[in-house]
Each structure stands twice: as structure tokens, then as C-alpha cells.
Design a protein around this ligand. Structure first.
Ligand SMILES: [Zn+2]
Length: 66
């Protein structure tokens, strides 16, 4: 029995590289925007990262779209 408890979730999304829907690994990462260094602690944003399991193409989407 596989007991890997990763925070990955396999979903199907369309991939531009593959030109079709492919399985993707999805994870959420907190990334600090490096543009404003002095406010780095306040500019951490959650990003949704999806990686195509076929070609490895990574797409990153900001989650706070306010
Ligand atoms: Zn792909």
C-alpha cells in the first residue's frame, strides 16, 4: 500500500505544450515577491503551481485575485 502523504493532487488540465488535457500535479506554494525587498514579509502570496506530468511544463497562478 502506498502511504505517501504528499500535498499533491492529481488533476486534469489543458496543457499548452501538449495541446491537450493532461494529468497535472498541483501544489500551493508561498512565494515572496522580490520586487519590493523592504516589504518582503508582507508580500508573501500563495501561488497555485501546476506541473504537467507529461512534458513537465509548469504554470504558476496567483491565488489572491482581489
Ligand atoms: Zn504538457
Amino acid at each position: 500500500m502506498a502511504t505517501q502523504n504528499q500535498s499533491f493532487q492529481a488533476i486534469t488540465e489543458s496543457c499548452d505544450e501538449c495541446g491537450r488535457e493532461t494529468p497535472h500535479d498541483v501544489s500551493v506554494q508561498i512565494r515572496t515577491e522580490s520586487q519590493k525587498r523592504e516589504n518582503a514579509e508582507f508580500s508573501r502570496e500563495p501561488y497555485r503551481v501546476t506541473e504537467c506530468q507529461i512534458c513537465g511544463e509548469e504554470s504558476i497562478q496567483r491565488m489572491n485575485n482581489a
